[in-house]
Design a protein around this ligand. Structure first.
Ligand SMILES: Cc1ncc(COP(=O)(O)O)c(C=O)c1O
Length: 349
């Protein structure tokens, strides 16, 4: 990787071990259920997440879409945060393809949805004017709100609310292993209150593609049909699943390194005049920061200068704000190069 690419952990290349196992993977037709490597990956994922079954799908977006379509029918409603990936970044698939309505409530600064807001959003099932509330969707970690992990206690409290009202809880756990690492808990404990949970193999875990959806057997069987309907029935998919197995077995245990590098980056940034950030918000692999209002350049000009002069890439989040995401290919040395480059660009204006 020549450039220092901090736009997201989605930019990660597969490791050399992944490339090797992909080369040697045993394969079969997965639509017939005959790909031994995909089957092994699904068994492993279900076991690690503490769920009955799992489904290997093409992407995080597809995992969330399948989960929502499997839980909700046309005209049903899900409660979701206004900064949730499922609401803002998945092309409204749930409404376009599933006829599922979204009741949007504020995502709080810590990535949670207030229990009181959820209670208000749950519709009275006796009132024929309303859609039927069917599901609550949480995101852990929250990718648009600091990459903050949702605690076990909070997740349990939402699970209890779901049980009280007979709703399903789906967790978009694209980065659930980052959450578990940051909280120092087992991923199963975080997943336990959820009826279903998705996670991505292709972000901080470095697999080239693919996500996993976990839940009860009957839910996953409905999901398998929906995956086919969505054109996601892939054939000799063991080649990708092989990398997914390495992602779960090897890459989930090293995420603290990425979190340490994010902290290194955040602490360095906080020492640079003209940059503001909240160090308390840096808990996983994401650093959100912004330029002071007095700075003569804006975020787009700054990223252009960093790309042009230093081959460094940042994610622009607003007129003066950025997101930087650390991952396997971002070493402490690369963090220091980035800090020096940002300092240089700001000093040169
Ligand atoms: C929180 C979250 N959920 C879901 C997704 C979707 O994953 P994919 O890009 O694999 O569709 C992303 C992607 O960045 C994400 O950040």
């Amino acid at each position: 990787m020549n450039s220092i690419d901090l736009r997201s952990d989605t930019v990660t290349w597969p490791t050399s071990e992944m490339r090797q196992v992909m080369h040697q993977a045993e394969v079969g037709d997965d639509v017939y259920g005959e790909d031994p490597t995909a089957n092994r990956l699904e068994e492993l994922a279900a076991k690690r997440l503490g769920k009955e079954a799992a489904l290997f799908v093409s992407s995080g977006t597809q995992a969330n879409l399948i989960a929502i379509l499997a839980h909700c029918g046309r005209g049903d409603e899900m409660i979701v945060g206004h900064l949730a990936h499922t609401f803002i970044n998945e092309a409204a698939g749930t409404s376009a393809l599933g006829g599922v309505s979204s009741y949007v409530i504020p995502t709080q600064l810590d990535g949670t949805l207030l229990l009181d807001d959820i209670r208000v959003a749950i519709r009275d099932p006796r009132d024929i004017h309303y859609p039927t509330t069917r599901q609550i969707c949480l995101e852990n970690t929250n990718g648009a709100m600091g990459g903050l992990p949702l605690s076990v206690q909070y997740t349990r409290s939402v699970g209890e609310l779901c049980s009280e009202y007979g709703l399903n809880l789906h967790i978009d756990g694209a980065r659930i292993w980052n959450a578990a690492t940051a909280l120092g808990c087992n991923v199963q404990t975080l997943a336990a209150p959820a009826d279903s949970i998705s996670f991505c193999l292709s972000k901080g875990l470095c697999a080239p593609a693919g996500s996993i959806l976990c839940g009860p057997h009957d839910f996953i069987e409905r999901g398998r049909r929906l995956r086919k309907m969505l054109g996601g029935g892939m054939r000799q998919i063991g080649i990708l699943a092989a990398a997914g197995i390495i992602a779960i077995e090897k890459m989930t245990t090293r995420l603290q390194e990425d979190h340490d590098n994010a902290r290194r980056l955040a602490e360095g940034l906080s020492d640079i005049p003209g940059i503001h950030l909240n160090l308390k918000q840096v808990q996983t692999n994401m650093v959100f920061f912004r330029l002071a209002d007095s700075t003569a350049i804006d975020a787009t000009q700054m990223t252009a200068a960093l790309a042009r002069e230093h081959n460094i890439r940042l994610d622009v989040r607003g007129p003066r704000s950025f997101r930087a995401v650390t991952h396997y290919w971002i070493t402490p040395e690369r963090v220091d190069i980035t800090l020096a480059a940002i300092r240089q660009v700001l000093e040169s204006i």
